[in-house]
Design a protein around this ligand. Sequence first.
Ligand code: HH2
Length: 293
Amino acid sequence: MDLPGVSRAMCWRLPRTHLEFGRRPLLMGIVNVTPDSFSDGGRYLDPQAAVEHALRLEAEGAAILDIGGESTRPYAQPVEAAEELRRVMPVIRELSQKTSLPISIDTHKAEVAREAIAAGAQIVNDVTALRGDSRMIEVLLETGAAVCLMHMQGTPQTMQDNPVYQNVVAEVAGFLEERLRIVQSAGVPRERVAIDPGIGFGKRLEHNLMLLREIDRFHSLGCAILVGHSRKRFIAELIGDFSADRLPGTVAVALALARKGVQILRVHDVGAVAQALRVFEAVTEGDPSPVVE
Ligand code: HH2
């Protein structure tokens, strides 16, 4: 898994802690407090259900909990900040009392990020890479929160209409490099930034596959790489079955990304992916500390 000559980031600095990367990717567990997310919309809209789900993800091995109150699936209806806050804040408030895991807020609105951070969140997961709200950079500077910058072509309302690239890997890397340059020159240190190629955000099947195959090229940006491939449409497209369970495909991609030194995987099925990564590491590289009960 070592990548000679490439400065693979070894840690992600958050306001009150830091996440160290080892041989296995860390898992960011997804908590969608929405009625319309593409794979689990409506299941965790009730704050109590969302909190219980998040604590289950922690028990299954998540290292980060990502709380979102607005779906970003293709053609999703935008949500007002007040409604997004109404959905996520009770969950973040309660979780910050009940877990020591870092909490991430999946939002592109500065107002939502600010309140979430005040209630305990340490990471802003912004699928617009700070292009959605010009005030987001101030929130990062004032709070010291960490940030994930994600690539998207278009917006959720337009992104799957006809995405076109000459060279998807070079264009996505170039975009992330430029966004990283902007946030760094505003005063956010590189150790606080993670980058994400945005699987499924304005990409066709072949674009997603190219990005996943060549993901190790992104290590040269010197930030943690975060990938959110979980249960996404490209898995159904690959197998030609839109009603099939996408967990096996999600696990397969996770193992491939572990091989390429990706530091963080954003997944719905934390327990299954954690088990697969653990076993994969043990049988491919030798596990120095197997747990025997
Ligand atoms: N994907 C989704 C949402 N947020 N954040 C990052 N950094 N990377 C991703 O790939 C990503 C993301 C979409 O997945 P999900 O949250 O399950 O669905 P929805 O947006 O419909 O709530």
